[in-house]
Write a protein that binds this ligand. Structure first.
Ligand code: ZN
Length: 260
């Protein structure tokens, strides 16, 4: 059984301030350490639950957040591009998210956004407003692969259950406002990620993959018209408003195509 894990940084335990997203700061270095702890807890849980292969993609920014040598030795780190080049998305049995965050515009959510906090205002697939959880879920779902576990703040976990059903989730913090959160006990977070990831394995075959009807239509509303000027020049993009671009895709074949 092969489990794939996509990580992000905003929803990692102990990450409670927007300043921790700034590279090369003390806060960011701490966030990376916590990223390894949460990720390894999920890896351990997946193996405990019966997985024989666990692959992990460092999904935040350019995917260079993992600390060298700290990933559980049994797991294989696959960068985002190789993940799709190697057709990994067709081979795995289930997907897990670690450190995820809620879609842009979510109330009481820590660092809610979709792709760019600066330029992307709203994102839709087939007129359903959604975020990065659904982008991953829909992409893997097109190949019959379900999402079975997510960790992040309370809002991210609620969003994961809203879209994917009664999956296993671990909330590691609660937002105080968009840019600050209150952390839960870090040892408890680690233990719960491990235990819930283990329990999640038994959901394989019970949780349906998140399927979107093809052909699909992607829509992005930008925050400013100049961002829309640039986006409307991308292949396949059609500008339908001063700040809105749509793109029609006959079939989901690669992850980047569903971004815009
Ligand atoms: Zn991120």
């Amino acid at each position: 059984m092969h489990i794939h894990i996509i990580t992000d940084l905003e929803g990692i335990s102990g990450v409670t301030d927007i300043n921790q997203m700034e590279f090369n700061t003390e806060g960011y270095e701490y966030a990376r350490k916590r990223l390894m702890i949460d990720t390894n807890a999920a890896v351990k849980g997946a193996f405990n639950g019966g997985a024989d292969t666990v692959t992990v993609t460092d999904g935040h920014a350019k995917g260079k957040n993992f600390i060298e040598g700290m990933l559980d030795k049994r797991a294989v780190n696959i960068n985002l591009i190789d993940l799709y080049n190697q057709d990994m998305h067709k081979k795995v049995n289930a997907l897990m998210f670690v450190g995820t965050h809620a879609m842009s515009g979510t109330m009481n959510a820590f660092l809610d956004h979709v792709q760019s906090s600066v330029s992307w205002y709203n994102y839709y697939i087939n007129s359903v407003r959604c975020g990065e959880l659904v982008q991953g879920g829909a992409f893997f779902g097109a190949y019959g692969i379900p999402v079975i576990f997510a960790s992040g703040d309370e809002a991210a976990c609620a969003e994961a259950r809203y879209f994917f059903g009664n999956i296993q989730t671990t909330a590691v913090k609660k937002a105080l406002c968009r840019n600050k959160a209150e952390s839960y006990d870090l040892d408890v977070c680690e233990k719960e990620i491990e235990q819930n990831a283990e329990k999640a394995i038994s959901l394989i075959g019970k949780i349906k993959p998140y399927k979107v009807t093809e052909p699909i239509e992607i829509q992005v509303d930008f925050t400013r018209t100049d961002y829309c000027d640039n986006a409307s020049e991308r292949p396949g993009a059609e500008r339908i408003g001063s700040r809105t671009v749509i793109k029609k895709i006959p079939k989901i074949t690669d992850y980047l195509s569903i971004l815009l």
